[in-house]
Structures are given as structure tokens and as C-alpha cells.
Design a protein around this ligand. Sequence first.
Ligand SMILES: [Fe+2]
Ligand SMILES: [Fe+2]
Length: 406
Amino acid sequence: MTAASEPVKKRVLFVDDEPNVLQALRRMLHTMRQEWEMAFASSGEEALRLLAEQPFDVIVSDMRMPGMDGVQLLTRVMEQYPGIVRIVLSGHSDRDMILRSVKPAHQYLAKPCDAERLKATVARACALRELLADQALQRLVSGVKTLPSLPTLYTEVIAAIQAPDSSLEEVGQIIEQDMAMSAKILQLVNSAFFGLRRHVASPTQAVCLLGLNTVQALVLSVQIFAHFDQAVLRRLALDTLWQHSLATSVCAKQIAADLASDRTTVDHAFMAGLLHDVGQLLLAANVPEAYGRALALAHEASLPLWEAEQAVFGATHAEVGAYLLGLWGLPDAIVEAVAYHHRPAACLHQAFSPLAAVHVADALVREAEAGGGEDTGLNPQYVAALGLAERLAEWRVQCQGVPSPA
Ligand SMILES: [Fe+2]
Ligand SMILES: [Fe+2]
């Protein structure tokens, strides 16, 4: 093999205050020297010094460290070196603390972690970034005049959730201050869609009944859809897409819950379902003429929309949406689900995940929308490889039973 064809080594920085842990990592990852260039730091301060001296692709950090802790370190890395993949390798008790923050980690790994898990996690995070760094996508995104910024209300809700002494009431009150948002959230949670048996009278009650994560996801998606004016989106039926997104989110959540996934996976499946087609909004609003061509091509050549987009733009709404969510620092599992929802087999991670839930839910919802018989884009090999084929019939019935939110 010539030097030119050799894959570029990933540069990985490990940070842990315990010498034993660093020593164990060195020993365990000895065999990775062919693929990774590794450095080891015993404090957040030392890690920042190394980062200033040389570029890294990935940082793997402990959480509890004297001086600068993991959250502080990764927050600094996120601000100064946004391109670096941030992975937390920490004790189980820290998990909730980390998951409460949308930022600053891309991935979480519990100690002890074997070499294969670590290797797979790094590979998965790097692959997602490489997909989103694709040149055609970069050209397309740079043509997007204004990428919406993370909605303010959503940022306020996240800050309240992260505050150590926050209560459900406080989060509810923040939403209540925004009249339009309160009305929309109440309309949604009282619709047949959520199947709640009692009437929900306030955002605080909604948070108590549905959970913080569900309401947080609703706040974000309601704001994103509100950002796009129907007048601008001549070529896209906003309402239809909103209903499709809601139905997909509810089905994805049911599928994840059905497989007895952990709470985080269920929440991520719901949020990814709500946001999976957000790239369509961005494209229709920012490159309307070209997007019209993609829609026409899909119609004339009977192609799935994403294939027509690929032909016109060299990238699809899936990657465009994932790019935006990645920029906002949403968890990797959500970004990944959005990025690969039409091509799940292209994802390195081949186990049940929010991606699988969204892929299946999107297809089943489209089948229900079309009244059956259409090519809904379901990838049966992928579904079978995950061992989910025999569950499809049951999920199909569930998805058909999801009522319209109107
Ligand atoms: Fe899609
Ligand atoms: Fe979809």
C-alpha cells in the first residue's frame, strides 16, 4: 500500500486525573496505534495546553476531576474547537448529570469500557462528522442564506432544566410566558395524538404529565416550524409536513418503548421523529427554485424525494437537517437518526437506536398517509438485520392508529 492510499490516522486525546485509568487506557489501546495517534493528559488544564499545540479529531474525557471538571473542559473545547468530537468516559453515577445537558458531549461511555466499544464509538462519531463535511453538502449549506439560530425559548428551557435547583414548575412557567407557544403546546397535548385521558390546563401540567424531554422537544420543533413562514414556502405544505413529523415522532417513540429501550433512547426517538424532515424546510425556504426542480423530478421520474434531491443538489434534506441539528449541539443519536433516516444501512452503527425507530416510523406513517401500496422507502434488509421484521405488522397497526393532531 502506498503512503497516499493509507487512511489518515485519527488524533485522539484522553483526559483523566487518575494515573491508573490513563495507564489502563494506554495498555488497552496499544493495538490501536496503527489507526490512532494518541495523547494522554492528566487534567483539563493539560488537555487545553495540548490542544493549543496540535490538532485533535477526538477528545475522550473523564467527568469528575479536581480543578477543571469534564463539563468545563468539554464546554471550552466546544467553544474553541467546535470540530472536535467530544466523548465522555465516566462512571455510571455521572450519566444523568451529563444527559441533562444537550451540549457539551457528543457521546457518553460508561467505565469500564472495552477497546472495541471505545473504537466503535469513536468511529461512529467520526463517520457522522465526515458525512456532514461532504463537499456537496457544504456547498448546499453555504448557499443557505440564513441558518436559523437555536430558538431562544428552547435555550431558556434547557438552561432551566440544567440549573441544579430547577423544578418542573419553573420550566412550565418559562413556557407560559410565551403565549403563542403555550397555546400551541396545550393544543397539541390535548389532541387525540397524545392520548391523554385528562385535560391539560397549563404548560406546567404538560411537563408533569409528559415529562421534560417530550415538552422540550415539542418547544424546539414548534419554534422551528414557526420560523418558516408558509408564504416563503410556496413549494411545501407546511401543515402536511408538521402532521407527518408529529405522527412519525409518536410512532418512533412507541417503537422505542416497545423494545423496552432506556428512557434516553425513547426520548431521542421522539425528538428525532419530530425533526427528521427539518432539512426540507431549510431547502424549500432557501433554494426554492432548485427545490422545485427536485420536487418535479421526484414526481416525473417517480423517485423518492431524497433521491431527486441527491440528483439536483448532491445531498439530501436528511444531511441538511442533520447539519443544522449538529450545529445546534443536539445529541449525536438524534443527529445520526436524522442524517441516515432514508439510508439507515449506510450508518456504521447497526443496532437498535433512534435511527432505527425513525426509519421504521417514517415509512409506516407514509404508508398510512398514502393508504398503503406505495413504496415507502422501508429498508427490509436493515429491519431484518436488526431482528425487527416480525414486529413490523404490530407497529403498522399502531402507526395507523395515530390520529391526526388537528
Ligand atoms: Fe425524510
Ligand atoms: Fe419523513
